[in-house]
Structures are given as C-alpha cells and as structure tokens.
Design a protein around this ligand. Structure first.
Ligand code: ADP
Length: 625
C-alpha cells in the first residue's frame, strides 16, 4: 500500500512538472479560478449576512497589463485575505524551498507540500520574477502585501487598498530564447487564454482593451480603450452538450480539480422532474496521490442555481465511487440551507441516487465498449471497489460485483464474473475458480494451476491482497460457487479416482499422522492426484485460506491468524514411494523429509520459512548422502 502511494506521488510530480513547463499559460486560469472562488465565498456569505451589501452583479475580476513595467495584474473584489491567511495560504511553498523544481531533484520528497498547495498559485511563480499579492479581507480595515521574488522566501508588509479583495501583480520574467514571457502582455493573447480556459467563470472577467478604428478622413487608425468582458459567464454544466468541445470539458476539469491530465471519462447529465439538476462528473485518468490515504476527501461541488454552496458535498457520492469528481447544480435547494439540514434534504438524496446510477451505467458502458480503457480505470480505482465489496459485511456486493474484472488463465484478458459464468454455462462446471498470488507470472507457475490448464478449466488470476476477501464475500455468482482452487472444497477428479485416492490415503493414515505430528502448524498430510509432475503443494481446510493468513499477518496490527494447512503430496511422484519406504525403514529420516517437503510447499505458496537454517542444513545433509 505504502509503496504504491510513493509511486503515485512521483507520477504526480512528473506530470505536474511536465505540465507546468510545457504549458505555462495555465497560470492565468489558476489565478482567475482563485479569484472566482474568493468571490464565491463572499457571495455565499452575503446570502445569510445582510450586512454584506454587494449583489451578484457587483462582483468582477479585472485584468490589467503594463507593458513598461512588464506586469499583469489580476484583481477581484472577493473575500480577500488577512495577514495570517496570506501567510498560511501562500507561504507554505515559498518557505519549503520546493519551488526550485528544475535545478534540483530534492523536490521529489516534497510532494506533500505541493499536494496541499495545489498547482494553483504556484504556477504564477513559474512565469514571474516577482509576485505581489495585495489583499484586504472583507470587513477589515487593514490591507497587506505579500511579496515573493522566487524561492528565497517571501515578505509581508502593511499596504494600502481601498476596497475588499485581492490584487495579484505578476512581474513577468525576462524573455529567454525559448520563452517569450512578453506574450502575456499582449491583450489579444490574454483574451484568447481567458476564452480558452476560463470562459465558464460565472463572474465577468474584464479587461480594458485598446480598440483601433480606421479613420477614412485622417487615413489612420483612431485608438480608444473599451472595457470588455472576456468570458461568456455561462457555467459549463448549463450549456448544451452539443455546444461543448472536449477541450472545454478538459480545461474545466483540470482547473476545478487540480489535475494535470485530462479526465478519463466525462459524464454530463441533466434531469428534470421531481427534482431537477445538472451534473458534470469526471473520472480521473490517474489515481490521485492521496486517494488511498485517510486524507482523501470525497465529494462533489454543490451549486444552487450557479452559486457554490458546498465545495465537497460528501452525501452526493457513495464511498465506492469516491474517486468521481464533479459538480452538481440544482435549483431545488434553498441557498441558505445549513449543512446539517442538507444531510437530511430529500432532494439531495434523490440526486445522490440518480448520480450513483449514472456512474454505474457509465462504468458498465466503458467496460462493455472499451475493455482496455476499463482495465486502466480498474487499475486506478478497482481497489476501492473491491474494498467496498467486502466492507460492511458485503452489504453492497450485489451492487458492485459486476464492476470487477480479473485476468483469465484462458486468454490473458480481463473478464467479468458474468463473462466467466456465461462461458461455462453449457459445461458441467458448477464453480467459478480463482487463484491468488503476487503476480500473474508467479501464479501461472503454481503447481496447482497446471491441473486446471490441462483440463482446460478457466481460472481467474487474483493479484491483489484483497481479492481473497472479495471472492469469499461474493461466494456465489449466477448459481455458481466462487472457489479458490487451493481450497479443500475443490477436487476435479472423477468419482473413481476419488475413491482410489481415498483408499490410498486410508492405507497410509498412520504414516501421515506421524508426518503431521512432526510439523507444528499443519493440520494434516495426504496424497493428492492433482499435481501432475510436482511433488507437493499446500492447501487449506475451512474458511481461513492461506492467502488470508498472508494478508492479515502482514498487517501492522497484533492480529495473527493461521489457516488450517494441508500438506498434499503427489501420489504418483517418486517421492511418494520414498516416504512409504522410509516409514517402514527409518521413521526419523521420514520426519526430516517431511520438514523439507513442507518447507518446499511453503516456498511455493510464498510463505516464509520459520527455521531456514535447520531446513538448509537438512537439505545439505540429504544431498551429501
Ligand atoms: P487552491 O486554490 O488549490 O487552494 P492555491 O495555491 O491556488 O490553491 O491557493 C491557495 C489558497 O490561497 C486558496 O485556497 C485561497 O484560500 C487563497 N487564495 C488564493 N488566491 C486568492 C484570492 N484571489 N482571494 C482570496 N484568497 C485567495
């Protein structure tokens, strides 16, 4: 688990670095997005606080450039920040020294800080030689200025500012051969970027633009300035699907949800009826770096008529779909509803149900239409679905089991339980077989798998530590029992063969008792006819499988369980003859042989050996004879 977290973090870092270095212009989108959030906050407060006199139409974001000073200024009249807020919100990264991405690789350790910070504000520093943030919190008399000139740190001092809100003044870096930072001073470039990345922002983004009109009498251009609103202010989710391009969705997603990659899937729906709502949901293409940690918070952004009322509404998403990001907008919620009331709200419950079924439908469609893409999705988030299958005593297994895919022994493709069941329908097979192990390569080499291959019986390969629990929770699917091939319940031999083996086991029962007694943690030893050329294997009796033992005992808790292990010996292998012979001639030697055979079986199963020195000495002793 931990290992994966680190790998994910690294991936995220690399993506972020690549994205920022190749795509510097996103800084504008990030700064505008922060401005819009700051206005949202004040506007939301104004709904319940009558002393806030600003009306929706009073809010704006303003962009101004100064070619001589090489500055671009983005202002908002949102909630603003106090001195402390400037410090905590903007201070972290500058202090951490992790700004210095390009030159030193130390930053790879600093993922936590980057993660907390989001790419947002940081991206401005990528294009700037200096960033100044002048901010005045709504309701406060005091304004402050935060200044940073790069990685060395930042300073905060008192400042003058007439109205509430924030001005971000970015002094652009000098041009280099590869980078023309000057471009960001060009009004047309800015207008284009705003249109491209921030069109859906619901407050006007204004810029004073120089307009030139041809003057026929003077035979030259007349210049005048005009304040223009650059965005069309309709939230993306309220637009008709046909008018939206993929890029619009992608830009919106990356902006709102701090991702560097386009989403894997977009679900844009609207519903009318008892409860009406628009929703725009996204499935990320990557596992968020903190997804499998307790820091991850699920939830959708909840809007009421275009006004953000909650940033992460948990009640809109079940735990098993916690990876979904998105927004929901409904006119059926009162704007000043309290969070406690919201939880009880009937409309919200209806919306949540509706969204849940939309997500499932979309996932099943993806599974059906594009298996490779689905497998990619499943590698990212399948663990979450698996966990939720066996969590809560399997309450949700019926809901979720069709989302599972496993690699099949048959064609090495990922298949669903349904597909497995359909394939064996016409056969005499009553079970769905699976086997667990570390990797597909290791599993395919397990002695016990061979018999299934020979008999052309399909086996699902389970490589996640949760799979055993998942399969045991499902137990039955479409009338078929779901069984681990190493379980004592699995026996592929014919009645005759079974009878014959039973007889042989009975004849050798005294020998097996002696063998089992010489091993401390094996409940029985017996002959098997399922091993073809291999001498031994280890199976289990009862509900606790060897796989479960491995997983539970590897957890950092005091919990310790033992599967009831059965050492099975290939009845047609030369070793079977040998042990029978030893039982008659040298019982002490038989005990040594038993220990070696058991150690071998444990090794094959991927279990540790408690007494490696004793075992290797024993092997050497036998080899030297
Ligand atoms: P994110 O927006 O993902 O939280 P940022 O790095 O973009 O991360 O911003 C950090 C924080 O700084 C924001 O969460 C917000 O609290 C604060 N902030 C940034 N810009 C503004 C602004 N224009 N007005 C008020 N607060 C802001």
């Amino acid at each position: 688990m931990k290992k994966q977290f680190k790998a994910e973090s690294k991936k995220l870092m690399d993506l972020m670095i690549n994205s920022i270095y190749t795509n510097k212009d996103i800084f504008l989108r990030e700064i505008i997005s922060n401005a819009s959030d700051a206005i949202d906050k004040l506007y939301y407060n104004s709904l319940t606080d009558e002393s806030i006199l600003l009306k929706k139409k009073d809010y704006f974001i303003n962009i101004k450039t100064d070619v001589n000073e090489r500055t671009i200024t983005i202002s908002d009249n949102g909630i603003g920040m106090t001195k402390d807020e400037l410090e905590t919100n903007l201070g972290t990264i500058a202090k951490s020294g992790s700004l210095d991405f390009k030159e030193n690789n130390e930053h790879k350790k600093n993922i936590d800080i980057i993660g907390q910070f989001g790419v947002g504000f940081y991206s401005a520093i990528m294009v700037a030689s200096k960033v100044e943030v002048i901010s005045k919190k709504y309701g406060s008399d005091e304004a402050n200025k935060w200044v940073s000139e790069g990685i060395d740190g930042y300073s905060i001092e008192k400042a003058e500012k007439a109205t509430n809100g924030t001005d971000i003044i970015i002094t652009l870096k000098e041009n280099t051969e590869d980078e023309h930072y000057d471009d960001f001073l060009n009004q047309d470039t800015i207008a284009r970027l705003v249109k491209m990345y921030s069109n859906y922002i619901t407050y006007p983004i204004k810029m004073s633009m120089v307009k030139r009109d041809w003057n026929e009498t003077k035979k030259e251009y007349d210049e005048h300035t005009e304040i223009e609103t650059l965005n069309d202010m309709i939230p993306l989710w309220k637009k008709s699907k046909s008018s939206i391009k993929d890029d619009d969705y992608n830009n919106f997603y990356k902006d709102k949800f701090n991702d560097f990659e386009n989403p894997q899937r977009v679900i844009h729906t609207s519903a009318e009826g008892l409860v009406s709502f628009n929703s725009l949901l996204f499935i990320p293409s990557n596992t968020p770096y903190d997804f499998y940690t307790k820091d991850y918070e699920k939830g959708l952004k909840l809007y009421s008529n275009g006004v953000l009322i909650m940033d992460k509404c948990k009640d809109l998403l079940p735990d098993y779909y916690s990876f979904v990001k998105g927004v929901v907008d409904t006119p059926d919620l009162s704007l000043n509803i309290s969070r406690e009331m919201l939880q009880q709200d009937r409309s919200l419950k209806v919306i949540a149900k509706n969204i849940e079924s939309k997500i499932k439908k979309e996932l099943l469609a993806l599974q059906n239409d594009d298996r490779d893409e689905y497998v990619k999705f499943f590698k990212n988030f399948g663990m979450n679905i698996k966990f939720n299958i066996y969590n809560d005593f399997g309450m949700k297994k019926d809901e979720l089991q069709d989302l599972l895919v496993y690699e099949s022994s048959k064609d090495k493709k990922f298949i669903t339980l349904k597909e497995y069941a359909d394939r064996v329908k016409d056969k005499d097979q009553k079970n769905i077989y699976y086997v667990c192990g570390e990797s597909v390569e290791k599993i395919s080499k397990l002695p016990i798998v061979e018999e299934f291959k020979d008999k052309d019986i399909e086996v699902l390969f389970c490589t996640n530590y949760m799979d055993e629990f998942v399969m045991q929770t499902i137990r039955e699917y479409d009338g078929l029992k779901v069984l681990n091939i190493t379980s004592d319940k699995v026996d592929l031999s014919s009645e005759e063969e079974k009878e014959e083996l039973k007889k042989k086991n009975e004849e050798a029962s005294d020998m097996f008792k002696l063998m089992a007694d010489s091993l401390s943690d094996v409940s029985s030893v017996k002959f098997t006819n399922k091993l073809k050329n291999h001498p031994v294997c280890l199976t289990s009796e009862g509900d606790i499988s060897i796989e479960m033992e491995k997983v539970i005992n590897a957890m950092p808790t005091d919990e310790h369980i033992d599967a009831k292990k059965v050492l099975e010996i290939n009845e047609s292998h030369d070793i079977a003859k040998k042990i029978k012979e030893l039982y008659d001639t040298d019982k002490e030697a038989l005990k040594d042989y038993t220990k070696i055979l058991y150690a071998q079986a444990r090794l094959i199963e991927g279990l540790p050996i408690d007494n490696p020195t004793e075992i290797t000495n024993l092997i050497c002793e036998k080899l030297s004879k």
